[in-house]
Design a protein around this ligand. Structure first.
Ligand SMILES: [Zn+2]
Length: 243
């Protein structure tokens, strides 16, 4: 792995539980320099363990043993203190512009793979525990965005992916749908880890969770409606995660 630069941030405290997640973000800022200045500014009260710039340079801000402040109010697999349970990586990226985003450059992706593999080798992080900020905070966040090539990451040993999943012929579930199919979907999303209320009603929270799922696993269409392909992917990934 390429040498890692250092830019210590004061924005951390002590972990309250073991590491089980790797959370990816984008900075949503014009440059890595500006992002580092913010992530190391005591007034911002935000940080991450690492930042990777567009040329693939990795900078460490917080020791992996400490709790960086990157997830905010977030939930995953029954955990409410996602910062304590995770290592956070910020990807230097301007973010969505008019609803669209640029691809992550190959050098940045290569550095992300190297760093993530290194982190996973040192912590008990399961493939399903490699997540985007939007997965753990679906009502608030859309980073690292659908332009992140999660499929390529998984092919290189980082995260979970399901390929060639047969699409079941089922009704699309969408806002205000109610009933057993919604309840079953919510149960499966929750079993996978998403923070979703299991009430059998396809409300705004379920819609946001499905949108986050699509942003990660079905980037071609992110509409928050659980069509047949989306439902088939949710069930397939849940099976993969527990196997
Ligand atoms: Zn984020």
């Amino acid at each position: 792995m390429a040498p890692i630069a250092s830019c210590p941030s004061p924005n951390f405290d002590s972990r309250r539980c073991p590491v089980s997640l790797l959370i990816l973000h984008y900075t949503n800022m014009p440059s890595a320099e500006q992002a580092l200045a913010r992530l190391c500014d005591p007034a911002s009260k935000v940080s991450a363990h690492y930042l990777i710039d567009r040329q693939g340079q990795i900078t460490q801000m917080v020791d992996e043993g400490a709790r960086a402040w990157h997830a905010g109010v977030a939930h995953w697999a029954g955990l409410d203190d996602v910062n304590s349970a995770s290592i956070g990586i910020e990807l230097d990226h301007v973010g969505h512009v008019d609803g669209h985003m640029a691809a992550y450059p190959p050098l940045q992706m290569a550095a992300l793979v190297d760093l993530s593999r290194d982190i996973i080798s040192r912590h008990p992080i399961a493939p399903a525990g490699v997540l985007g900020h939007s997965d753990v905070a679906p009502m608030r966040k859309i980073d690292p965005g659908e332009a992140l090539d999660w499929r390529q990451l998984a092919a290189q040993g980082v995260g979970l992916w399901a390929d060639n999943v047969p699409v079941e012929n089922v009704d699309t579930l969408t806002l205000n749908t109610e009933g057993p199919a919604v309840a079953a979907l919510q149960k499966t999303l929750a079993a996978y880890g998403y923070g979703v209320v299991q009430d059998g009603v396809y409300g705004p929270q379920t819609q946001a969770v499905v949108r986050a799922f699509q942003r990660h696993f079905r980037a071609q269409k992110i509409d928050g409606a659980a069509d047949g392909q989306t439902q088939s992917l949710i069930y397939a990934l849940c099976r993969l995660a527990v196997s």
